[in-house]
Write a protein that binds this ligand. Structure first.
Ligand SMILES: [Zn+2]
Length: 537
């Protein structure tokens, strides 16, 4: 019964988390004029993304002319900045402390029409300006920056930062991108010293993205226009939607494949940030321009529609608390004779094994696929990745369940559960040291498990406490594990390790024993083999 309750609670937590990750429904065109409507923006996307428009092409020139006309129609006075063809326009504020820049790139790669990358961003900028014009004027200046030659080496952005960006005007650049054709628009990168920017993010109605993505972005072979801005020591926020990455930079990045909900997510986020920053004193946010002292960094992540933020300086004490708490609970459990010192050491010392095992199995699967399907080597994102993703998850479950069953048989459920929390707590410490902003991903799951085990030891009743204990693991690690497929597809072992991290606490809570314990690894193996076969077929 207890296990059934555990399963129901965790599935419900997972379902609620995933529902929260879906982009909002597109807002229809008859909504009030001061709101962002994807239905109003979409015809502009379709018009821009009729054909590829790389730097210097005739289509590129057509789109530039079209965009200057549209900006003029919105009451702005656009100018085309040579030698490249950036389109720039400014809407003066009532009492400006600086300027908020809405940026997107008007060019595309030659291989495809770039509906998501970045016609969607350009159309969202226009629709946001239209919505802003329908409301009361902003205090700060608003600058529209549609760069050219982004796909040819961020050339438009380099020109604008060199020639167009005033050194003494406090400026915040909001840049808009895509690395897929669907999903929520993620606030995935900020300039360093982001406390003020993160404060402004709290105005976003359905905030998405978190401070761990900043570190992950550095692992990717991608760059955006914001890199040039940050390189010049100026502040900004990058946002992008990233799902279905196999369509990115291909002919499939078309208006037909673009999810209007992603345009809504991008636009709602942009409009909220523009209004918030448009009313904010920008001087403290841009120390390079204002000469004010730099701001600290902040951790940020959404829980439902609330953006949780706290100083990065808190990551160390929180991660330390998880490690100390783990040791204290183990000592308490020992005093209550739920485990011996040796019992506690075995799962603690061997808990990295399921992570290493999951990585090894995932690498093995990919090598096998390369032998059977050599053409996969050219592209990390397969056209139909789902069967292989299922196989990857099953391999992670296999690694975790084999470890859990063996360890639990030797040392019992309490020590096994504490062992499952150990890698999460240690990774929190490592992240606090080496990946600032990312420690929350494993620290809160570890703290949840520690508190759950403490309650379970204190009351000698494990049901309610251990179930609640694993909810933070699901809330934080399930979206991370799924998103890990977007980093390098199934070609990297990162998703397998992420699912093993999620699987450790979940399997510990469900705590299969007896026949069920033997069945779980077998079931995982069957699913892995079956899903791989389906993928190959
Ligand atoms: Zn782009």
């Amino acid at each position: 019964m207890a296990r059934l309750i555990a399963l129901v609670v965790l599935v419900a937590a997972g379902a609620a988390t995933f529902l929260g990750l879906r982009p909002p429904d597109p807002v229809p065109a008859d909504t009030p004029a001061s709101e962002f409507s994807a239905e109003r923006a979409f015809p502009v996307v379709a018009d821009i993304a009729r054909e590829p428009r790389p730097l210097g092409s005739a289509a590129n020139a057509r789109v530039r002319d079209d965009l200057t006309d549209r900006l003029t129609g919105l009451g702005l006075t656009p100018r085309v900045e040579s030698p490249l063809g950036n389109v720039v326009a400014t809407l003066p504020g009532t009492a400006p402390t600086g300027q908020v820049v809405l940026a997107a790139h008007l060019d595309s790669v030659p291989q495809g029409p770039g509906a998501a990358d970045d016609a969607a961003g350009v159309a969202a900028v226009l629709e946001t300006v239209r919505a802003l014009r329908a409301g009361p004027p902003l205090r700060n200046d608003l600058t529209v920056l549609l760069t050219d030659g982004e796909e040819a080496g961020l050339r438009g952005a380099r020109q604008w930062v060199r020639d167009g960006l005033d050194r003494t005007t406090p400026t915040v650049v909001l840049n808009h991108e895509a690395r897929g054709v669907s999903g929520q628009s993620l606030l995935f990168r900020t300039s360093p010293g982001n406390a003020g920017l993160v404060h402004a993010m709290r105005a976003v109605p359905h905030p998405a993205g978190n401070s761990s993505l900043v570190a992950i972005f550095r692992l990717l072979p991608n760059d955006t226009d914001l890199s040039v801005v940050i390189g010049a020591g100026r502040p900004g926020i990058d946002s992008a939607f990233v799902e279905e990455p196999e369509k990115y930079h291909t002919a499939a990045d078309s208006p037909a494949n673009l999810d209007p909900a992603s345009v809504q997510s991008q636009g709602s986020t942009m409009l909220a940030l523009a209004r918030e920053l448009g009313a904010t004193d920008l001087a403290p946010l841009d120390p390079t321009a204002s000469g004010l002292p730099p701001q600290p960094d902040a951790v940020y992540f959404p829980l439902g529609d609330v953006l949780v933020t706290y100083p990065v300086a808190w990551e160390w004490p929180l991660a330390g608390l998880a490690v100390v708490g783990l040791v204290v609970v183990a000592a308490l459990a020992r005093r209550r004779e739920l485990l011996t010192t040796r019992d506690a050491l075995l799962p603690g010392a061997t808990s990295p094994l399921p992570l290493v095992g999951a990585a090894a199995l995932a690498i093995g699967l990919w090598q096998l696929l390369l032998v059977l399907r050599p053409e996969y080597a050219d592209r990390p994102f397969l056209d139909r990745p789902v069967p292989y993703e299922v196989a990857t998850v099953a391999l992670a479950v296999l690694a975790v369940s084999v470890w859990h069953v063996r360890v639990r048989r030797r040392v019992g459920p309490c020590a096994a559960a504490l062992g499952a929390a150990a890698p999460l707590a240690v990774l929190g410490l490592l992240a606090a040291a080496f990946v600032p902003g990312a420690a929350f991903l494993t620290t809160w799951p570890a703290l949840g498990l520690v508190i759950g085990q403490a309650l379970s030891v204190a009351t000698r009743n494990s049901t309610a406490a251990t179930v609640l204990a694993a909810v933070p693991s699901v809330v934080f690690l399930a979206p991370f594990a799924v998103a890990a497929f977007g980093i390098g597809g199934v070609a990297t072992p990162i998703p397998a390790v992420a699912f093993a991290l999620l699987g450790l606490p979940v399997v510990a809570v469900l705590d299969p024993v007896g026949r069920r314990a033997a069945a779980l690894p077998a079931l995982a193996l069957v699913v892995a083999v079956g899903a791989t076969a389906v993928g190959l077929a």
